[in-house]
Design a protein around this ligand. Sequence first.
Ligand SMILES: *[C@@H]1O[C@H](CO)[C@@H](O)[C@H](O)[C@H]1NC(C)=O
Ligand SMILES: *[C@@H]1O[C@H](CO)[C@@H](O)[C@H](O)[C@H]1NC(C)=O
Length: 653
Amino acid sequence: MRLWGRATAVRRKMLCLWLLLLGFALVTLELSDLFHSRHRDLSHQKPAPPRRPLQRVPNAPDLEVIVDSRDSPAVELGVDLAPIKTLQEDQLLFVPSGQGTKNPQQKKGSYKVLLPGANRDLRVPAPPTHGEMEKAHLEGMEEGMEEGVEKSAVQKYGFNEMVSEKMSLHRRLPEKNHPQCLGGQYSESLPSTSVVICFHNEAWSTLLRTVHSVLDTAPKQHLQEVLLVDDLSQHGHLKSVLSEYVSHLDKVRLIRSTKRLGVGGCRNLGAARAAGEVLVFMDSHCECQKGWLEPLLERVAQDRTRVVSPIMDVIDWQTFQYNATQWPVRGVFDWRLDFYWESKPQLQDKDPDSAVRPVQSPALGGGVLAVDRHFFQSVGAYDPGMLLWGSEQIELSIRVWSCGGTMEVVPCSRVAHVDHHHLPYPLPDQELLQRNKIRIADTWMDAYRKIFYRRDTLAHFIRQSESPNITERLRIKRSLGCRNFHWYLTSVYPQLYIPQDRPTLSGELYNVGTGSCADYPRGLGLRGGAMNAAPCSGTGSQHCDLNSEFEVRWGPMGALCLDASGERVILSPCPTHRPTISRLQWKFIKLSGQLVHQQSQLCLEVVKDGGLTQSSPRDVNTHAKTGGLFLRPCSHHPRQQWHFEQLVAPKGA
Ligand SMILES: *[C@@H]1O[C@H](CO)[C@@H](O)[C@H](O)[C@H]1NC(C)=O
Ligand SMILES: *[C@@H]1O[C@H](CO)[C@@H](O)[C@H](O)[C@H]1NC(C)=O
């Protein structure tokens, strides 16, 4: 009897609890609706059409992949890298984001909901639903909050996020387009566009500014959608708060990957889900100039094999100031397979129309890229074998050119990109970049790949012990009938110096007297500057090449020449014409090891402490310098004895 009574009491309590919960749920629903209607009223200046977040258009559901934290191990970058595979449908789990965000039950246990940061609530224009706040309160407080507060903004993102936070998400860039670009008339029938924005742990302000910038500048009739692709971010603000925010934006969809894909894989995923005729790949920290999209679309519409880029302007990582890039500019890469934008105002020809005429470009950076969707797929998308980040834009560039496409920079289109101070996360593996480059070298560079391996000895040694699996890429290359690298070098990129790398006349320039190598501080760039002697690096960074013109070519582009300024030995930009100028000619006497400057008949010598006063502070910091390089009357002193040390045996060269 007493037992029975106790059981009834328990049941009664349970009933009360259930009723309480039900009531709470109803109140929650009401509240969240309130929040949303208030948000709609506040955030849109002009009245927006009424929206019903609970009802989605059935045939165009927002795609969202739930990241199941129980399946993917707690990911510090790199731990989870090994299983990168080609994308498979079953790795993705889609739910309509409308339901997903409205029904917390559905997501329970799949990922944590965290508020972006204790002091950020005011900046997040779409308030999280009540339910999410609850969850954040319960789950986020202990673990999630520390992360955002502790690390300095610069360290965390590679740019000063504090400054970015204070700026409007709708800031308008100062007009920098050439006057002839303005008022350009574009056809109404331009193709539709999917803008694919991949992100991994991007800051809230920069990501959302990118999205709004596209929405604010791209003409509605040409913008099919903005596809946000989350490459397995861990930062709390990119989870449900972002889903919620995105569900209020027209034309924006969010896809989440359940695996870390890297830039190429992530963009491939976006491309596979895109519906627009033209794909625009855009980094997640960009701002678009007014009128940036139409000129790109026009060029692609005229020729579907054309891949185009806007002029990439620069947003300072510290101040977030906008800095326009000077035209003309084009994308290039060097023999270490590193990419650069090359801005050469002096190359501007006299023709006034050249200011608005697109220029062909041997390569394009990954910041913003527009390409016809079908052409992109047929030419092999991004190489899914590329890991994480690095050189995938060079691979795509060589492939596009070699397999029937072209690339160009369109001057009437400008998009600004936040220049990072550093990569905001440690590379999981120092060899990752090299592995990507090895794929390029072995797939595309034929015999020219030796030039790369000599300048990147780490890649060489990796390649000695393992082979990349490029079977699939070679199949694509064959089936598309792609041209060889010799064709690319002569037809597309004839400006790239082709080193001769003759045995005993190329390699590190080793000084017998000091046991050090001729060196040039990288930070001085392509303008040239004083040469030093420094410990031999063995990495290929000190590689030089005495060619048949008697120039000593330096650097991964081979664009700098050993030169003399008075008695100081310097590097200066090599002439582009032949024959070369006599001041740049050197003779190597193998027997004595002397390197003789032909014009002065003086010998190259390491002078201890020489030139220390002329060196830049940067130089002193990064180089344990042994001395400066000077011209001296020839003698048999060991400090005038040199030999070229080849680090990579010229096997079969
Ligand atoms: C803008 O560019 C100019 C020239 O390229 C450079 O001298 C200047 O420092 C840059 N300013 C900022 C804020 O980056
Ligand atoms: C290389 O990749 C292809 C698919 O791209 C696969 O069929 C093949 O088994 C792989 N080879 C090796 C040795 O892993």
